[in-house]
Ligand binder design. Structure first.
Ligand SMILES: Cc1cc2nc3c(=O)[nH]c(=O)nc-3n(C[C@H](O)[C@H](O)[C@H](O)COP(=O)(O)OP(=O)(O)OC[C@H]3O[C@@H](n4cnc5c(N)ncnc54)[C@H](O)[C@@H]3O)c2cc1C
Length: 487
C-alpha cells in the first residue's frame, strides 16, 4: 500500500516525486512509457522563462517566477544543466507599449529583473542580430536548461530517497473504495491513499476514470529545428518576438550545450501522439527566425522535432484536489510548465498536506545527485582520435566522436536505478548519438556497451518503435528552401 501514487513521469510527476521523498511516505511513480521524460518534457524550447508573459490572473502567471527562482539551487543539487542567459523580447516598431504591458504584467507577477532597453544596449548583448531592432524587454534571470536531464535527475534522486518507479505501467482504471484508490495498470494493481494525476496530454482521460470530467486537454503542436553544436554560440540570450494569442512565437536561442534552436510554431489540428515534422512548417520557422538572426545556416541542420502542448480547455494550469477526496489533478501544464515545475510540486505538497497527508521529514533524505556528463568544450579531432579505436572496456575510450562521450559515462548512466532500454535513453543521459552524425557511427557501439552491462541482447528495432516518427531530414529542408528561391 502506498501513501501517494503519482501518474506520469514527466517533469511535473518526477519533481513532485522528488519533493515527496523529503518525507517519510511510501510513494509510487507510474509511467506508461519505457523511460521518464518521454512526453512534452523531452520536446520543448527548454527555456527557464522570466515569468512576465502570462497574466497575474492565471495560475501559470503566478507560478512561473516562483519556479524560476528555484532553478539555481536545484541545479546545484541535481546537476541537470541550467544557465542564466537572460532573455529579450524584441520589438522592431517605434511603439513601446506592448513591451510596457508585458513589463507591467511581470511586475505584478513579482519580477524584479525586468527593464526596457534600446537598440544600443540590445546590440551590446546580441551583436549578431537584426540591427533594425528598436526596443526589447530584457529579463536578466531567464535562462536555458536541459529539460529531459532535469526529469531524469529528479527521478534518480527520488529513487535514491525511497520512491518506487514503475515504467511501462499504463494506468487503465482507478477505483475508490473504503478511502483507498485501486490503480490498475497493464502490469498490476496498486493501492494508494492519494493519487496525483500528472499524465500530461492524457490527464483528462485519467481524471475521467474517477468521474471528474470538467476539462479537456486540447493538443497544440510546435515544431523546431536544431542545428549542430557550436552554432548557438553567436546568440547570448533567449530571443523572442512579441507574443501573439497563440503563445510566445518563434524563438531563437542557444541550447544549454550550444546548439542553435529555432521554433516552435503552433498548430491545433493535431493528434495527441503525432510528433512528426513537416517541411512547409519548419521552413516557415526558418524564415521567421532568420528575420531576427540572418546567419542561420540550413546546412548545419541536424534534426527537426515536435513537442505537443497539453493545453487545457480552461487555458490555465489545473492544480487542485477534486471532488473525489484524495485525487489531485495537475493538468493543463503547458508552457511555462517546465519553469513552473518546482512551484507546482510545492503547491501539490501543500494540497496533500491540507487533505490529511502527514509530512514527516525523512532524516536520510539526500538532495544531491552527481552529474553523468559535464558540459565541456569539444576537443580537436586530432586530440581524441587515439581514444576512439580503443577496445571495449579500455580506460579513456571515447564512444561517440561527435559529442566526445566516454564509455565510462555511458556505463554510469546505465546503473543509476532506472533501466535504460533504448539508445535514445542513453542519448538523453549522455548525448551519445546527439551530434552531427546522429548515431551513424556510435549507435552500434552504444548497443555493445548496453549488452555488456545488462548481459542481454538489445534490439535496435526497439529504438525505432519508441522514437521513430516521421521527421523532416536535412536534404528535404535544403531542397524545399532551394525550390522556394527558384520560385
Ligand atoms: C512546444 C513546447 C514548447 C515548450 N516550451 C517550454 C519552455 O521553453 N519553457 C517552459 O517552462 N515550458 C515549456 N513547455 C511546457 C513544458 O514542456 C511542459 O509544461 C512540461 O514538460 C509538462 O510536463 P508534464 O510532466 O506535465 O507532462 P509530460 O512531460 O507530457 O509527462 C506526462 C507523462 O504522463 C505519462 N502518461 C500519460 N498517460 C499515462 C497513463 N495512462 N499511465 C501512466 N503514465 C501516463 C506520459 O507518458 C508522460 O510521460 C513547452 C511545451 C511544448 C510542447
Amino acid at each position: 500500500m502506498y501513501d501517494v501514487i503519482i501518474i506520469g513521469g514527466g517533469i511535473v510527476g518526477t519533481t513532485i516525486a522528488r519533493e515527496l521523498s523529503r518525507y517519510n511516505n511510501k510513494v509510487l511513480l507510474l509511467e506508461k512509457d519505457i523511460d521518464v521524460s518521454m512526453g512534452a518534457t523531452k520536446a520543448n524550447s527548454a527555456i527557464v522563462h522570466g515569468g512576465y508573459a502570462e497574466s497575474h490572473s492565471t495560475l501559470k502567471g503566478r507560478l512561473c517566477y516562483k519556479g524560476r527562482r528555484e532553478f539555481k539551487r536545484l541545479n546545484e543539487e541535481l546537476n541537470f544543466g541550467f544557465r542564466e542567459t537572460g532573455s529579450l523580447v524584441l520589438s522592431f516598431h517605434d511603439d513601446k507599449e506592448p513591451l510596457e504591458k508585458l513589463m507591467e504584467n511581470g511586475i505584478k507577477n513579482g519580477l524584479e529583473d525586468l527593464s526596457i532597453i534600446g537598440t544600443k544596449e540590445i546590440m551590446e548583448i546580441e551583436p549578431n542580430i537584426n540591427p533594425n531592432v528598436k526596443y526589447a524587454l530584457y529579463c536578466k534571470g531567464a535562462g536555458v536548461c536541459s529539460p529531459y536531464e532535469m526529469a531524469i535527475a529528479m527521478a534518480e534522486n527520488a529513487i535514491k530517497n525511497g520512491v518506487e518507479l514503475k515504467l511501462e505501467n499504463e494506468v487503465l482504471s482507478i477505483e475508490k473504495k473504503d478511502n483507498l484508490f485501486k490503480v490498475e495498470t497493464n502490469e498490476d494493481t496498486y493501492c494508494g491513499r492519494y493519487v496525483v494525476n500528472a499524465a500530461g496530454l492524457y490527464s483528462d482521460k485519467i481524471s475521467k476514470m474517477v468521474g471528474v470530467d470538467d476539462f479537456e486537454i486540447l493538443p497544440r503542436s510546435g515544431e523546431y529545428i536544431l542545428f549542430t553544436r557550436g552554432t548557438g554560440e553567436a546568440i547570448n540570450s533567449v530571443l523572442f518576438q512579441l507574443p501573439t494569442k497563440f503563445g510566445k512565437g518563434v524563438l531563437v536561442t542557444s541550447t544549454y550545450y550550444g546548439n542553435l534552436l529555432i521554433g516552435p510554431d503552433s498548430n491545433d489540428d493535431v493528434d495527441k501522439d503525432d510528433t512528426s515534422t513537416h517541411v512547409d512548417r519548419i521552413s516557415k520557422i526558418y524564415d521567421k527566425a532568420s528575420f531576427i538572426y540572418d546567419k542561420i545556416d540550413p546546412k548545419k541542420f541536424i534534426r527537426s522535432f515536435t513537442g505537443i502542448r497539453a493545453r487545457s480547455s480552461t487555458d490555465d494550469f489545473i492544480i487542485e484536489e477534486t471532488k473525489v477526496k484524495g485525487f489531485i489533478n495537475v493538468a493543463g501544464i503547458q508552457s511555462p510548465g517546465l519553469t513552473s515545475s518546482p512551484a507546482i510540486a510545492d503547491m501539490v505538497l501543500n494540497i496533500l498536506e491540507k487533505s490529511g497527508l502527514e509530512l514527516i521529514e525523512n532524516p536520510n533524505f539526500d538532495p544531491y545527485r552527481k552529474p553523468i556528463i559535464e558540459k565541456k568544450p569539444l576537443k580537436k579531432f586530432s586530440e581524441i582520435k587515439d581514444k576512439i579505436d580503443l577496445p571495449l572496456g579500455s580506460k579513456g575510450r571515447i564512444v561517440c566522436r561527435c559529442e566526445q562521450v566516454l564509455e565510462k559515462e555511458i556505463v554510469d548512466a546505465l546503473h543509476r536505478g532506472i533501466k535504460v532500454k533504448t539508445v535514445d535513453g542513453v542519448k538523453r543521459r549522455t548525448r551519445a548519438t546527439m551530434g552531427w552524425c546522429q548515431g551513424d557511427f556510435c549507435k552500434p557501439r552504444v548497443i555493445e556497451i548496453m549488452e555488456k552491462e545488462y548481459g542481454e541482447k538489445i534490439d535496435p528495432k526497439f529504438d525505432i518503435e519508441h522514437s521513430g516518427v516521421n521527421r523532416v531530414q536535412k536534404s528535404e529542408l535544403l531542397d524545399y528552401l532551394n525550390g522556394l528561391k527558384e520560385e
